[in-house]
Design a protein around this ligand. Structure first.
Ligand SMILES: [Zn+2]
Length: 313
C-alpha cells in the first residue's frame, strides 16, 4: 500500500493566528473551569493489533472488514487504528489519511470539532466503508472581559517580518515525513507547573480572541526539555516575533510538535531525534510574559491538546 499524502492546498493563515502565542496564557493561568482532560486509558491500537498478530503469526497489523481504532474521541483528541482490509484510500472528514504499509493510521480531532467525525475507506473493489464517530465536547477555560479587542491591523513593518515567519512554519509542517513517532505513547517534554491550558480563550465584549493553541509548562528558566516522541526536526529557528526560538518536530502521519520560547535549541533542522532526547532549554524568547515551554501539537490542520497524549503529569 502506498503512502497517501494530503495535498498541500492553498495556505491561508491568519496573521493573528499562526502557532498562536501565549498572549492569553495569563487568562488560562487561573485554574478555574474544569478544562482538564480525561485520563488516557486507551490501549493503543497498534499495540493491540500487535498482540493479535502474534497469535495469528501474522507479520503486520491484522485488517478486518471494518475500521478498528482506539484513542481519545473528544475535542483536541486523537485515534490510532487500522483501516479495513482492501483499503486503497481513507479519510477523516475532508482530511486524507496517510496509511502505513500494514494499514495502520493516525487521525485527530480539532479543538472545535463538534459532535461527530466520519471515517471513510475506499476499497479496491470500489466499495466504501464508513464509520461515524461521536466526538465529545469539552468545557474550555473561557474568560469574558469587558474590554474591546485590539483594533487596527498590524503595521506594514510587522507584516513584512511576519509573512516569511508564517511561510517557514507552514512549509515545515507540510513536509509530513514518513516517521514513526506517532505510534509511541508520548511523554512530557518537561514536568512542572502548568501555567496555561490548551483551548483557553478570552471573549472581548462578545468577540472571541484566538484560543491558546498549546500547553504551557513553567518549571523555570533554563530547564532542559526533551522530545516527547521520535521524529525529525523540520524547523529550528531563532527570534521569531511571537514564538521566539522555535523548534518543530515531525512525528510522521501529519502529526507534529512545536516548542516555543526556548532560551536554547540543542538540535538542528534535519536531525532525527528519539523520544526522551534533550532538545533545548526553556526560556522566554518571543512574546512570553515569563519563562515557560509552550508545547503545541497539530495533525494536518487540526489543533490538538497535548494533555490527551501524555495524561496527567
Ligand atoms: Zn502558550
Amino acid at each position: 500500500m502506498t503512502q497517501l499524502f494530503s495535498g498541500p492546498g492553498a495556505a491561508v493563515i491568519s496573521v493573528f493566528f499562526a502557532l498562536a502565542s501565549c498572549a492569553n496564557s495569563d487568562a488560562s493561568a487561573s485554574d478555574g473551569a474544569g478544562s482538564t482532560s480525561t485520563d488516557v486509558t486507551a490501549v493503543s491500537a497498534s499495540a493491540a493489533a500487535a498482540e493479535t498478530a502474534v497469535v495469528e503469526q501474522a507479520t503486520s497489523a491484522v485488517q478486518q472488514t471494518r475500521f478498528s481504532f482506539s484513542g481519545e474521541m473528544t475535542q483536541g483528541g486523537w485515534i490510532r487504528g487500522v483501516v479495513p482490509k482492501g483499503t486503497v484510500s481513507a479519510s477523516l472528514g475532508e482530511e486524507t489519511l496517510q496509511l502505513a504499509e500494514d494499514g495502520s493510521f493516525f487521525a485527530a480531532f480539532d479543538r472545535d470539532n463538534a459532535g461527530s467525525a466520519k471515517l471513510t475507506a475506499t476499497l479496491g473493489d470500489g466499495k466504501s466503508v464508513s464509520e461515524t464517530l461521536t466526538i465529545s465536547s469539552r468545557q474550555w477555560n473561557i474568560e469574558r472581559v469587558n474590554v474591546a479587542r485590539r483594533k487596527g491591523g498590524p503595521s506594514a513593518a510587522y507584516m513584512a517580518r511576519r509573512g516569511p515567519e508564517l511561510d517557514a512554519i507552514w512549509d515545515a509542517r507540510q513536509k509530513k515525513l514518513p516517521e514513526n513517532g506517532w505510534q509511541q505513547d508520548f511523554i512530557w517534554p518537561v514536568k512542572g507547573r502548568i501555567s496555561g491550558k490548551f483551548g483557553s480563550q478570552r471573549i472581548y465584549r462578545g468577540e472571541p480572541g484566538s484560543y491558546h493553541s498549546g500547553i504551557d509548562i513553567a518549571p523555570g528558566n533554563g530547564v532542559p526539555f526533551v522530545a516527547p516522541a521520535d521524529g525529525v526536526v523540520v524547523l529550528a529557528v531563532k527570534n521569531f516575533s511571537l514564538e521566539g526560538n522555535l523548534l518543530i518536530i515531525d512525528h510522521g502521519m501529519g502529526l507534529n510538535s512545536a516548542f516555543l520560547h526556548a532560551s536554547k535549541i540543542a538540535v538542528s533542522e534535519g536531525d532525527r531525534v528519539r523520544q526522551g532526547q534533550y532538545i533545548g532549554n526553556i526560556g522566554s524568547s518571543g512574546r512570553a510574559t515569563g519563562p515557560h515551554l509552550h508545547w503545541s501539537l497539530k495533525w494536518n490542520n487540526s489543533r490538538l491538546d497535548p494533555l490527551l497524549f501524555v495524561g496527567p503529569m
